[in-house]
Design a protein around this ligand. Structure first.
Ligand SMILES: Cc1cc2nc3c(=O)[nH]c(=O)nc-3n(C[C@H](O)[C@H](O)[C@H](O)COP(=O)(O)O)c2cc1C
Length: 834
């Protein structure tokens, strides 16, 4: 081992504490006091540290966690670790390079830097030195014009977000500075503010220039002067977190300004659970104050923060060795975080919740109390979540089923967030039916028609009442009507007993998977990209899934055969293949007749079942290929149906056709449908009678033929598809798209098409698309159970009118052009971060 001062030379500090000690020796005492000090008796300053000191982490062993993954995504942008540099005024106080050195180090570490309004170096110099995201911390001055110019200057320099500090209507009483009569040295001045802001006394400057009368309307003012996302820094209560969310901010920073504002307020860590509960994931949530170790970062993540900010330690590193010192500090924290994650069995930032022990009884109440009543030195261990009632049960996420922490079940969150944040954008994301096709009054007509139908078939008023009001048969009350329509519309000839009416096709998936998958070696094959409903259902049931990549021309049965063989070779049993053969969601592709026949052959040869899901056929124009089920001579196909597109999704009615015979050990038999119904009796008991009645009434309206009922919708969706393709051709003509490397498929129906692009089409690009171009789409990677789809996206046109499609595709083309130029290094469009 090398000892201090050995032949290998002086050792680098091994903790942030040692960096602080080394820095103290290099910095003027009054400057040191300015940096280190807090307000008043520094109780809050001390509390910030104490709160972390009292945390005890919970180790888990033999978790197979491997190298922990520190990468974290904050508002769509991926950082190397959940750590950023807090805004701290005047880095030039401790090093002549100031913020440029910090920016270099933050860039090398892949971590963002929040630059203070009082930076000692210009935004342009800092931007030139930076290679990771820069955010601007904003102080809103009485003189809004100056504030506006600061914001615009930072935005021009490429800064990616605004962090409005809201805890400083005036500066706190910092006794050390008062005693020292602290004044900034001559060489330290705000490099981005006009001369009248160059006051040597920060306290005097604050009194003169900070606007003490700000209210939440400042957020809309900021939005009116800048397109950048806005975070607020200095929130310490659930009430203010609620107000921030209501004001539409993009992020909240829990902070007491490092104990520099009001002495006696709680530690930021202690109020984090309260704020996290209020924010409920609706915005990004960051925390600063007292973070001095990697374990502190993990504790903050476990209590609900997405990331933390480091304040003073960065200045310590800078004072010790300029950019290398800052790099040393950032490396230490991230290495310690990796240690803490590995030793607690925390494989990823998202899994951090498990690292905290449950709160001891009686300690959870403080988080719910109003901040001004919060007891001093609250919990020895901070509460994992706030509870409204003292002693209320607190559940631990890692003790819930793994699916609730699985990113798969969260897939659409980011998309929803984006849609909420940019309400003016044209959205090609939702796979919903076009609402212009619905008429509320029709529902009553459907119900009436069904009741009349029952009466015409001899049901007495009492029987009709029972049908409409009571629990119904588990397998469904409209099976005959569905069987008739399947025969007429789809060439599927099955007895009504082989049908189970379900709450949407989603329930049919769950029931089918539950019944079919019994052995841990069973594997579900899915075509990738794949509808998330099936992979989600498989996740709920802990089933093993293997994906078979679709080719440009659609699913190749030979690829299915290869996957079956590979699974068998690995000792597993491919049990069933899930496939959407017609106008698939998400890709839009349709299997040829030949591929269908090959697939059925293959299923017979390999003793495989096929789960066919086909919700888009009847709302697509022109003749359709036959369903797999109609070609199925060996009862290999479980056909799932949905009335969501062909009648209306609000009914939530679907069904499974499961005519496979089932034999038990005694030789007596049933149909798979009977077994599905048994499971259903423990899931939803029966599909709501009113919903079944509405669907039945719709079927009866068209003589039992859905094709007839959907003649108009099919025409509408066909025109929407044609308009989308025409507009794409118009906005990105052949030679242009060849030059750009853009390409799309041309489905013959359905709600979706796939666009392949020459740039990564993930969340970052989606954010830029929504913000800068006002158009939203779905990254195709969302639909890949394993990897893939990074450079393709799904456009759904079903929900939009023709005018919106025209406008949306114009915007989409502009986005594609901008993004392709960006990928080629031509331009740097603002707004990647946040
Ligand atoms: C010397 C110093 C200057 C600061 N300047 C600013 C600033 O200009 N704007 C701001 O929002 N916060 C400022 N802060 C507060 C930090 O952003 C952060 O909230 C605090 O330092 C976090 O606590 P920590 O130092 O314990 O990590 C400053 C803090 C210090 C120590």
């Amino acid at each position: 081992m090398t000892g201090p001062g050995s032949a290998a030379g002086p050792l680098r500090p091994v903790s942030l504490e040692e960096y602080a000690e080394a820095a103290r020796a290099r910095v003027e005492p009054a400057v040191w006091d300015f940096i280190e000090g807090g307000a008043g008796q520094e109780r809050t300053l001390t509390a910030n540290r104490l709160a972390f000191d009292q945390v005890r982490l919970r180790t888990r062993v033999l978790t197979g966690c491997g190298e922990p993954d520190l990468a974290t995504t904050v508002l769509g942008r991926t950082w190397a670790a959940p750590v950023a540099v807090a805004p701290v005024a005047y880095h030039t106080l401790v090093h002549p390079d100031g913020e440029t050195a910090t920016a270099r180090a933050a860039g090398a570490a892949g971590l963002p830097l929040v630059v203070s309004t009082f930076a000692g170096r210009t935004f342009e110099d800092i931007a030139a030195a930076a290679s990771s995201p820069l955010w601007l911390q904003v102080y809103c001055f009485r003189d809004r014009e100056t504030t506006r110019r600061v914001v615009e200057r930072a935005e021009r320099a490429g800064f990616e977000a605004l962090v409005l500090t809201v805890d400083t209507p005036r500066l706190g009483r910092r006794l050390r500075d008062l005693r020292n009569g602290f004044r900034l040295p001559d060489h330290v001045r705000p490099a981005n503010l006009p001369a009248e802001h160059a006051d040597a006394s920060p306290a005097d400057h604050g009194r003169t220039h900070l606007d003490p009368g700000l209210d939440w309307s400042v957020i809309s003012w900021l939005r009116s002067i800048s397109h950048l996302p806005v975070l607020v820094k200095g929130v310490m209560t659930a009430e203010d977190a609620d107000a921030a969310v209501a004001a539409g901010v993009d992020g909240v920073v829990v902070s007491n300004h490092g104990g520099r504002q009001l002495d006696g307020v709680p530690a930021s860590l202690d109020v984090l659970p309260e704020v996290a509960a209020a924010v409920r994931g609706r915005t990004a949530l960051l925390l600063d104050g007292g973070v001095r170790r990697g374990g502190d970062v993990l504790a903050a993540l476990a209590l609900g923060a997405d990331a933390v900010l480091l304040g003073r330690p960065v200045l310590h590193g800078l004072a010790v060795a300029g950019d290398e010192g800052v790099a040393g500090v950032l490396d230490l924290v991230t290495e310690e975080l990796a240690d803490a994650m590995a030793l607690t069995g925390t494989p990823s930032v998202a899994a951090a919740g498990a690292a905290l022990p449950a709160a001891p009884a009686g300690t959870v109440a403080s988080a719910a109390a109003p901040a001004h009543l919060t007891a001093p030195a609250p919990a020895p261990v901070p509460a994992p979540v706030p509870a409204a009632v003292p002693g209320a049960a607190v559940l631990r996420k890692e003790e819930l089923h793994g699916s609730v922490s699985d990113p798969l079940l969260d897939t659409m969150n980011f998309l929803n967030e984006i849609t909420g944040r940019f309400p003016g954008a044209v959205s090609f994301a939702p796979g919903r039916p076009y609402e212009g096709l619905f008429d509320t009054e029709e529902i009553f007509g459907h119900l009436r028609r069904y009741v009349d139908h029952l009466a015409a078939r001899g049901a007495s008023p009492g029987e009709i009442r029972t049908t409409m009001y009571q629990y119904g048969p588990t397998a469904g009350q409209i099976r005959e009507l569905i069987a008739d329509s399947l025969r007429a519309d789809e060439g599927i000839d099955v007895p009504p007993e082989s049908i189970v009416v379900t709450v949407g096709a989603q329930e049919a998936m769950l029931l089918t998977l539950r019944a079919l998958f019994a052995d841990p070696r069973d594997v579900l094959l899915v075509v990738s990209p794949c509808y998330v409903g099936i992979t989600g259902a498989a996740r709920l049931l802990d089933l093993r899934v293997r994906s078979v990549e679709e080719r440009e021309a659609g699913l190749d049965p030979a690829d299915v055969a290869a996957a079956v063989r590979a699974e068998r070779a690995a000792g597993r049993r491919p049990r069933a293949l899930y496939v959407v053969p017609d106008h698939s969601n998400p890709s839009g592709s349709t299997m040829t007749r030949r591929a269908r026949e090959e697939l059925l052959d293959l299923a017979a040869r390999h003793d495989l079942l096929i789960i066919e899901d086909s919700p888009y056929r009847l709302v697509s124009p022109g003749p359709q290929e036959p369903t797999l089920k109609s070609l199925d001579r060996e009862r290999r196909v479980v056909h799932l149906g949905s009335f969501a597109k062909s009648v209306f999704p609000g009914a939530r009615v679907g069904f499974a056709v499961a005519d496979q015979p089932v034999r038990d050990a005694t030789g007596s038999g049933s149909l798979l449908a009977d077994e599905l119904a048994k499971i259903k009796s423990m899931v939803t008991v029966n599909t709501p009678a009113l919903s079944q009645a509405a669907v039945a009434g719709a079927l009866l309206a068209s003589g039992g033929r859905l094709t007839e009922l959907n003649a108009l919708p099919a025409k509408h969706y066909g025109e929407a598809l044609r308009e989308t393709l025409d507009q794409l051709d118009r906005r990105l003509p052949e030679d242009r798209r060849r030059a750009l490397g853009v390409d799309w498929n041309r489905p013959s129906g359905g709600f979706f098409l796939t666009v392949r692009v020459p740039f990564p089409a993930g969340n970052d690009a989606l954010l830029r698309s929504a913000r800068n171009h006002g158009v939203i789409w779905t990254p195709m990677s969302y639909f890949h159970p394993e990897e893939g789809g990074d450079r393709s996206l799904r456009l759904s046109f079903s929900y939009l009118g023709q005018e919106e499609i025209r406008e949306g595709i114009a915007r989409f083309a502009a986005f594609v052009e901008a993004e392709a130029a960006r990928a080629a290094g031509g331009t740097t469009e603002a707004g990647g971060a946040a």
